[in-house]
Design a protein around this ligand. Sequence first.
Ligand code: 2AM
Ligand code: CA
Length: 264
Amino acid sequence: MNTAMLNTAVRAARNASGLIKRYMGRTDSLKIDQKHLNDFVTEVDKLSEQEIIGTLSEAYPDHAIYAEESGKHNKGDDDNKPTWIIDPLDGTTNFIHDIPQFAISIGMKAEGHLQVGVIYDPVRDELFTAMRGDGARLNNRKIRINPNTRLQGSLLGTGFPYYQYDHLDHYLAILKEVITKTSGVRRPGSAALDLAYTAAGRFDGFWEFNLQAWDIAAGALLVQEAGGIITDFNGEHDYMQTGDVLCGPPRVHQELLDIIRATA
Ligand code: 2AM
Ligand code: CA
């Protein structure tokens, strides 16, 4: 069941990526709207989302869909319906600026758990996949987090607050600690890819405030299936609701959580 869903999600992501690639480097001719402060959407986000929803709903007409640009579809009264959680273009700001760091993210939640996660980087043709209980893969090769990694000597990914500044002082206090205790920090601009990179061991951890469920769903499963820990800033599992995400190998996760608590 999950294998069939994973294959369908991969097909949906690849179809959408063909479309995104056609517009790459031609973004000056695109119509760009601002949804909220600093939150942009292009025609490409919308077309990509339509393409993905078309593929998924044809294969699974009974499933619900929760997508960044068009919201909820086919939800009905049943809160526990299997649900596809879609970000059709994560890293839109990069895309608009012709910075080649963006991805398609498709997660599937059913029976209270994330079951399938797909993150596809069309620029590098990197396909990150995970199935619950079956591990995580990059282009079909297993990826695993190194469980012995510690904060000292690590390279972390993060996202700066860009529209909600209530936690800016807390964020900067965390950053100050992290800068002095690690080898470095990167802010690439696609949270989905940051999570995929953490699953692949490229980053030794990641944290960001105020993300959305579609930024997180697929990447959270990837991190877990690669052997990492992902929580909210209380060390609990409400990260899809709160949008506050902290993840990495167990030790890095704990050390980061200690910093987040000590600076709050
Ligand atoms: P999006 O491109 O799908 O909106 C990283 O901070 C996350 O925040 C990204 O995954 C990105 O998802 C979202 N985001 C939206 N607007 C942003 C902006 N102006 N700068 C950085 N990230 C932004
Ligand atoms: Ca996003």
